[in-house]
Design a protein around this ligand. Sequence first.
Ligand code: NAD
Length: 293
Amino acid sequence: MKILISDSFDASLPGKLGRYGEVFDDQSRLPEADVVLVRSKTKCTREYIDRAPNLKLIIRGGVGLDNVDVDYAKLKGITVRNTPEASSIAVAELAMAFLVSIPSLLISGHMTMVRGEWAKKELKRTELYGKILGLVGIGRIATEVAVRARAFGMTVIAYDKFIPESPHAEMVTFEELLTRSDFISLHVPLTPETEGMINAKTIARMKPGIVLVNTGRSKCVVESDIANALNSGRMRAFGTDVWHSDPPEWDTCPLVKAPNVFMTPHIGASTKENLLRIGEVIDRIIADFAREE
Ligand code: NAD
């Protein structure tokens, strides 16, 4: 079996997969590959798939399959798998990091110290304790966020179109979530229904001073509407790991220069532990595939 590792995974992965055959990362050898491993960078488009006549299995290390033309792969008889369970803790911890660091003024505190300023009087923190966290979606990642937020003494409410109950959150309508939450964290996939669901209209329903966090998919928010809400002070802060493109268009993305935006470069899944977990799941998928072959 010939395995092309197309994106970056844990350094131990090529060694582990060596027992199934030849493992390489030379993109020019795509036409030889039986199996291709991708994360977000490689786009498995129709053209990409057409360049790989031997391809039988595409594995995306991660949650969604946005970067794989799944229908075309199926048409070509190629199996497509991902590793949806592996990343939940890594992403939930990043969402929590935004939720904790924004009201704790961690970045402002640090930056003033770096500039040699002593802003003890100016920097007034607020607490998570006793506040309401609204989770949009209560799937794998949001559930991990709910557990952690409750440990901070937050009340957790959630809206999910397909999940009516959760032991970790009070389930509410989207409207109720918008109007009751002090903090909102987004954890839904990108679909025609969720695209742009956070926009000027829905922001207007939120409490003034809302803190919004997005570690889900960038297009669930209308970036220019968020930037307007931050500029006017209607929204207190926006923490985001996800972008319309990786990296964002530095000159035109309205968020990059908006006030009170806290940004990370799509590193939600990029913990050392998660890359190891993804590697373990990939190993199991390839073992099953090798048995079936
Ligand atoms: P999941 O499938 O377990 O949960 C998603 C939830 O959204 C489900 O419970 C589903 O019922 C709900 N949902 C779907 N459509 C909805 C709608 N229209 N309205 C309300 N709820 C809806 O997925 P997950 O593993 O928890 O991942 C959540 C998000 O995190 C995904 O968008 C995923 O792409 C993203 N993600 C980001 C990173 C990152 O690096 N930042 C890494 C992994 C996953």
